[in-house]
Write a protein that binds this ligand. Structure first.
Ligand code: F6P
Length: 371
């Protein structure tokens, strides 16, 4: 017999293609195991609004929608999230947490599946600590959750951007131009790195690797003079520092013009890669993660983030995952490692090193074969 009667599912933070596939899978798996499911609308903010709303019917319609199997029909192929999403600073306060707990208790929500990025997981672990067992599913186009090799949405965003870069290549070739393009990523260079490899870009700047602008401009110049390239692509990962208040890519573009005389334009690929129908890969990953999240709750487990590593669906303790992330992003504070054994800290270090080594290897590869 399941330990829970009713679970709530929410999506939070930046939406990502494949969130709907995860919502569908978690809902159907829970229903098939005799659980009730509530679709929490608008992320953690939806929970807080439910606590403030006295009318039960309004709650059911606007904030905590009872889900049956038909509620998640025909969504596996759709981008965005039918549960809507938000970023909710109030949830991080004590008052916000109290409201969330009230909403769960008043509406008999016993456990939560939270789909999103690291902010979403911080919320999930806080809920678990306050007696609402929660499990996280990583969904963000940025692929910036260190505990998992793949986040839901990353593959779709890559494929969407790839089509855009192919179009940029057409116009760059036609006009013999260099096109410098910033790609979203929130300080994580994976999107830019994979795109550089897949589009044959001649320059790539990502926050994780020191960037030699002088050398890159020289390389771009040589691509034209030595290799006769007409169209030249340069990719800038979001998170490269502003220079004199201007985008890194803007400055880079100006320097390319000054130093090489190549006609150059700068543009940005922003939110457009967050939408669109999820790819096969994202749908498969999301579906397996959604099922696994519910399975873990049924096993009596909580405070986990579902991951994919070496092509297997796994689960990692959320606290471990959050501190691992901090370690990778050099954001560790005093005391962050206190609750972990020496073995766990060594595991974290090994994971960080492996991830950094992968990025460096692929980065060097991109440059090696760019001409
Ligand atoms: O995390 C996904 C992401 O699209 C990042 O790539 C980007 O930095 C951020 O969200 C943008 O956030 P918002 O949509 O809130 O402006």
């Amino acid at each position: 017999m399941p330990r829970f009667r009713k679970i709530g599912i929410l999506s939070s933070g930046g939406d990502a293609p494949g969130m709907n596939a995860a919502i569908r899978a978690a809902t159907r798996r829970a229903l098939s195991q005799g659980l009730e499911v509530v679709g929490i609308q608008g992320g953690y903010a939806g929970l807080l609004s439910a606590a403030d709303e006295p009318d039960k019917e309004v709650i059911r319609q606007k904030y905590l929608r009872p889900f049956d199997t038909a509620s998640v029909s025909n969504i596996v192929y759709r981008g965005g999230t039918i549960l809507y999403s938000s970023r909710c600073p109030e949830f991080k306060t004590e008052e916000g947490m109290n409201k969330a707990l009230k909403a769960c208790h008043d509406n008999e929500i016993d456990a939560i599946v939270a789909i999103g990025g690291d902010g979403t997981f911080r919320g999930a672990t806080d809920l678990t600590n306050h007696g609402i067992p929660s499990i996280g599913i990583p969904a963000t186009i940025d692929n910036d959750i260190t505990a998992t090799e793949q986040t839901i949405g990353f593959d779709t965003a890559l494929n969407t951007a790839l089509g855009m870069f192919d179009s940029l290549r057409d116009t760059a070739e036609s006009h013999a131009r260099c096109l410098v393009t910033e790609v979203m990523g929130n300080g994580c260079g994976f999107l830019s790195l994979y795109l550089a490899l897949a589009t044959g870009a001649n320059a790539l700047a990502i926050p994780e690797i020191p960037f030699d602008r002088e050398q890159a401009i020289k390389t771009i110049g040589e691509a034209r003079t030595r290799c006769g390239k007409r169209g030249i692509l340069a990719i800038i990962g979001e998170g490269m520092p502003k220079i004199d208040g201007k985008d890194y890519g803007e400055i880079f573009k100006n320097e390319i013009i000054e130093r090489t005389g190549i006609d150059t334009r700068y543009n940005k690929i922003g939110h457009i890669i967050r939408g669109g129908n999820p790819t096969l890969r994202d749908r498969l990953t999301a579906t397996q993660m959604g099922v696994e999240a519910v399975n873990k709750l049924l096993e009596g487990r909580s405070n986990l983030v579902i991951c994919v590593n070496e092509n297997r669906i796994t689960a990692t303790d959320i606290n471990f995952a959050l501190v691992l992330d901090k370690m990778y992003k050099n954001k560790l504070k005093d005391g962050d490692l206190d609750n972990f054994t020496a073995f766990q800290v060594a595991q974290m270090k090994a994971r960080c090193e492996a991830r950094a080594a992968k990025i460096e290897r692929l980065y060097n590869m991109a440059y090696d074969i760019s001409m």
